[in-house]
Design a protein around this ligand. Structure first.
Ligand code: PGA
Length: 241
């Protein structure tokens, strides 16, 4: 794992946004693995700025999002499809037909997960995967568990995740389940960039980088991947030796 500490989230967003843009300039039909939450926002700002500067076109890319809530309509403002539409897709020349999500409302969850995983493979796999990390070490919605999961699956959200994300559901009940790419599927990406900022992530970051590989800290599995770059701010890096 390569670890890079930069001054703040803006500098991190510039570095990762530039990596995405370089990839797409080299391979206009690249397959991008995208994430939601606060961590990716500066990256998306950088991609949008460079698109508006005429430096890169996203017309041919495909995107796969890591996860989606269950029992929330895709049109709900807090669905991850809505998030991506608002924060990225609506501001790029991306073809919405090429933006792929797990359907958290699918009647047959197993078939939906198989469809999603097969589509990733059919398109040649994810070229560059963006990740955040939860305070409990989750990636996507792979919560601490007894075993790593390979393919996509439906998961019950951990209490710390419900607490962290409850701020987005002020007057309504937050979904308790989600569908997520499995750790095995995430590790199949050719290149991975992970961003963590703030002191609340410092314990998880230390365990991910310097702890043992365990499904109790799902991000620790990234130690097994040959091309991972972790971008930290000083607070998130503060417990590293
Ligand atoms: P955050 O979430 O970027 O909103 O902190 C990251 C995560 O839970 O994976």
């Amino acid at each position: 794992m390569k670890v890079i500490t930069l001054n703040d989230e803006v500098a991190i967003g510039q570095a990762i946004g530039d990596r995405f843009c370089t990839l797409v300039q080299e391979n206009p039909a690249a397959v991008l693995g995208l994430a939601t939450g606060a961590s990716p926002l500066p990256t998306y700002c950088r991609m949008i700025a460079r698109f508006h500067a005429g430096e890169v076109s996203f017309a041919k890319v495909h995107t796969f999002n890591l996860d989606e809530y269950c029992d929330l309509p895709a049109t709900h403002p807090q669905s991850y499809r809505s998030f991506m539409q608002a924060q990225l897709f609506s501001q790029l020349n991306i073809d919405l037909q090429n933006t792929h999500f797990l359907d958290g409302n699918a009647a047959d969850e197993v078939a939906e997960c198989l469809r999603f995983d097969a589509l990733i493979e059919q398109l040649g796999g994810v070229d560059l995967q963006l990740l955040g990390i939860g305070r409990n070490g989750h990636i996507g919605f792979n919560e601490p568990a007894d075993a790593f999961t390979l393919g996509s699956f439906k998961v019950q959200l951990a209490p710390s995740t419900l607490e962290a994300n409850s701020m987005y559901f002020v007057d309504e009940r937050m979904p308790t389940h989600a569908m997520t790419m499995g750790v095995g599927a995430i590790l199949r990406a050719k290149e991975i960039v992970l961003v963590a900022t703030g002191a609340a992530k410092a314990e998880a970051v230390k365990a991910m980088i310097q702890g043992k590989i365990t499904p109790q800290l799902p991000a620790s599995a990234l130690q097994n991947h040959p091309n991972v770059t972790v971008y930290l701010d000083p607070a998130a890096a503060s417990l590293l030796q």
